[in-house]
Each structure stands twice: as C-alpha cells, then as structure tokens.
Design a protein around this ligand. Structure first.
Ligand code: FAD
Length: 413
C-alpha cells in the first residue's frame, strides 16, 4: 500500500477513502473530538484530572458538566494501557480515584471474560433476554425523541458516547423494545471509536439483564436528572414515549457456560508472563488492539519496523464506521514518526507468511487464530492490570473483591 500521510495534517481520512474502500460503511471523516496516535493519547491523559470524577461521571448534558475522562478510544487501542491509567490518578482524592479505578477494572473484567469465553461472550451469560416486541430500527432510534437524537447524534458525529447514554440506548433497544441485544451490540460497536467485542458485549448484557438476571430500565426521569433542558426542547415532551418505566418481565435463569465459574486453562487465557521464543525478529507485528509505544513487543524492539495489516476479510464483514479506520490510520502515521511502519491490506497470515516477527500476546480470539498461522518467533506478555486466574467471572463484584489496591467491591453505576 502506498505510504501513510504525515501526522497531524488531517490527510488520513483521504488516505482511508483511497485505500480502504469496501471495508467500511458511511462517509469518510475523522472524529472531530478524538485523534489517533500516541501524542494525542498522552495529551489526553495529561489533561485528565480525576478530581470530581465520582460525582460527575454520570452527567450527560451539557458537556461541560461531564466528569467522564473520555480516554476510552486510546485505552481501547492500547495507546494508554490500563496500568498507566491506573497510575495516572495516584494521589488524587480517594473517592474519585476509587471510582475511576473501579471503571478500569470493568474494562479489565470484560477483557478477562472475552479472553476466557471467546465468542461465548456473545451468548446470554446467565439469563434470557426480554421478549421481542417486533420493533423496527427506526422505532428504536427515533430521532424525534430529543434524548435519543442527542445520543445517536453524538455517536454519529464523534464516534463516542458517555457510559450513561450507552446504557440508555441499550436499554431502550433491548428492554423497552425487546429488540435483539446482539443486533444492538453490533450496531453500536460498528460506530464506536472504542467499540470492543469485550466491553461492548458486557455493557449490553449488563443492561439487557442477560448477565445478571436484572434489567436496567430507562425512562424520562433519567434524562431530566442527567441532561437537564433536553426534554424541554423535545417535540414529544407532551407525549413522551418513555414517560413511564418499560414493561418488565422476569428473566429466566439459564445454565451458564461452565467456564464462567472456572477457567480450565488460565495459562492459555492469560498468555505468557515473560517474553517467549528465540531468534532475531526483523519486524514487530502490531494490531488495532495495541498501537501504542508501550506495546511490549514494540518497546522491546525500538529499532525494528512495525507491520500492520488492515484485515480485509474481517473488516469487510464488520464494515465499521470509517471514523474508526481514520483513527487507526492516525495512530499509524503518528507511530511512523518514530520508526518505519509498513501498512498492508489483506490477510495477515498471508502477508506475514515466513517473516520472523515479534508480537505481543493479545487476549482476543482473532489474534490467537492469526498468530497460530503466522507463528511469531517472539511473543511478549500482554500488559494486564490483573493477570487472569482460574476463579469465577460470574459476577464483577466477586471477581473484583480481591483486586489490587482496594478492599471492598462496589456495584456499578
Ligand atoms: C451498552 C454499553 C456498551 C459499551 N461499549 C463499550 C465499548 O465498546 N468499548 C469500551 O471501551 N467500553 C464500552 N462500554 C463501557 C463504558 O461505557 C465506556 O468505556 C466509557 O463510557 C468510555 O468513556 P470514558 O473513557 O469517558 O470512561 P470513564 O468513565 O472515564 O472510565 C475510564 C475508563 O474505564 C473503562 N470503563 C469505564 N466504564 C466501563 C465499563 N462499564 N465497562 C468497561 N470499561 C469501562 C474505559 O476504558 C474508560 O475509558 C460500554 C458500556 C455500555 C453500557
């Protein structure tokens, strides 16, 4: 593929349009709010002050009232590792630090679940979904409703939403309308800059009640409380379709996947705890899971080129919003200011066949399959916040209980 544009010129969107046709759906533009690359990630983390996080994290509107860090696109792509984010808030007010670290642990928990269950994360974990009420997508994403318009508009424009509005949308979809949560999960994941199979599936399963047996309801009261002023400007304020709580049903408890309780092979889930392999690599294979300078394989080989493959088969099936691909291209062009970066479009196994590469173990099924075909000669450990063990993942609080740096487990949200 022809070379990446220089960073911070805004030319990445054009580059994506020219080179990645057929692998995305929608008009190509960068997110006006989030820029890919280590420099942007470092600036965002430096600018994040945890003070006030606990009390303001759930605020939605106006944007100036929000306390959420907005770090997720860089965390998702490994430009800010969870251990680094954890350390960043050291010395802040105890309540804020605890709340922020709790959220980082949710991210870690989702990664553990996905690493252990693989595609099983896409099946109801512990309870049945709400009954399908036969709603169409237009009925669910009803842009006449000012709250839904706000949420869907932010997703469309920025490729991002705060946690609270993700829960609103997921609940509106899967609880009030009873539309299949799996479809909603895919719909949202395609559009989010931080879209991840792990955290997105956990968020949807938690909201839809399939992870806990208890559904999260969304009604007008939350909008009035968290986004004051939005209802006043709504055409439907006199006939609000979410005035009352959604109809409730009693989820049926399902037999959980036995791996939820115990991991028969925690070593395989967690990957190596120190670098493995031998020989001299000639390049470092990187993926969208880990594009930052702290990627362990990149850090171990500062003089080697990085090789990135836009996985044609995978992307042609997923067809993400192009903002995500622009974000990745921005990460790569930023990286290319510090070392040579080779970019390809194709099948990673074919592109890298026979090349002695180093890589970082990545706890997602797609990486494992591709790595088995490529056979990196050196594999570096994943930077876990807490290394996966054999214990139960059936509930966040039980899993969280023994985490480093705290004694008590708290409920989410
Ligand atoms: C339906 C639904 C879908 C979601 N989909 C995703 C997704 O695809 N990718 C994703 O990274 N997160 C997802 N989340 C979790 C969470 O909403 C986002 O991580 C968070 O809103 C990102 O904004 P922030 O960086 O300002 O978060 P902050 O509140 O500042 O939290 C700091 C970091 O902690 C992590 N985090 C916070 N909350 C959660 C959580 N509930 N679960 C997992 N990690 C969390 C993120 O890495 C986040 O950047 C989803 C939540 C729900 C309810």
């Amino acid at each position: 593929m022809s070379g990446l544009p220089p960073p911070a010129t805004g030319a990445e969107a054009q580059w994506v349009g020219q080179h990645l046709g057929g692998l995305f759906a929608g008009p190509v533009a960068p997110s006006p709010r989030f820029r890919g690359g280590q420099a942007a990630a470092d600036a965002a983390l430096d600018g994040f002050d945890v003070r006030g996080y606990a009390s303001r994290r759930n605020e939605v509107w106006p944007p100036g009232a929000r306390g959420a860090s907005g770090l997720s696109p860089w965390i998702r792509h490994g430009l800010i590792t969870l251990p680094r984010a954890w350390k960043h808030v050291e010395g802040g007010p105890a309540r804020d630090v605890e709340k922020f670290r709790d959220e980082l642990m949710w991210q870690e928990y989702a990664r553990h679940l996905y690493a252990r269950l693989g595609s099983g994360i896409g099946r109801p974990l512990r309870a049945s979904p709400a009954p399908d009420r036969g709603s169409s997508l237009d009925q669910v994403i009803d842009r006449q409703m000012a709250c839904i318009d706000l949420v869907a508009g932010e997703l469309e424009d920025d490729g991002w939403m705060v946690n609270q509005t993700r829960m609103w949308l997921a609940s509106h979809w899967a609880v009030r309308h009873g539309a299949a949560w799996e479809r909603g999960e895919l719909w949202m994941r395609r559009r989010l800059l931080d879209g991840s199979r792990a955290a997105n599936a956990v968020g949807w399963q938690w909201t839809a009640g399939t992870a806990t047996g208890k559904r999260y309801g969304f009604a007008r009261g939350q909008v009035e409380r968290r986004a004051p002023g939005i209802c006043e400007g709504c055409d439907l304020r006199q006939a609000c379709p979410i005035e009352r709580w959604p109809a409730d049903d009693v989820p049926v408890r399902l037999d959980p996947d036995p791996r939820l309780k115990a991991d028969p092979d925690p070593g395989a889930t967690a990957g190596p705890s120190s670098p493995e392999g031998h020989g001299e690599p000639e390049a470092v294979w990187i993926t969208a899971e880990s594009l930052g300078d702290d990627d362990p394989a990149l850090a171990a080989h500062p003089g080697l080129p990085a090789v990135f493959v836009f996985d044609e088969g995978y992307l042609a099936r997923l067809r993400p919003a192009p903002k995500r691909l622009v974000f990745i291209a921005e990460c790569l062009s930023d990286l290319a200011t510090r070392r040579p970066v080779e970019v390809h479009r194709g099948d990673p196994a074919q592109v890298l066949a026979g090349r002695p590469v180093a890589a970082t173990y990545t706890p997602v099924p797609g990486w494992r399959t591709r790595a088995a075909a490529i056979g990196p000669i050196q594999i570096h450990p994943w930077p876990w916040l807490r290394r996966p063990a054999t214990g139960s993942l059936a509930s966040f609080s039980a899993w969280r209980g023994a985490a480093p740096g705290r004694g008590r487990a708290r409920r989410r949200h």
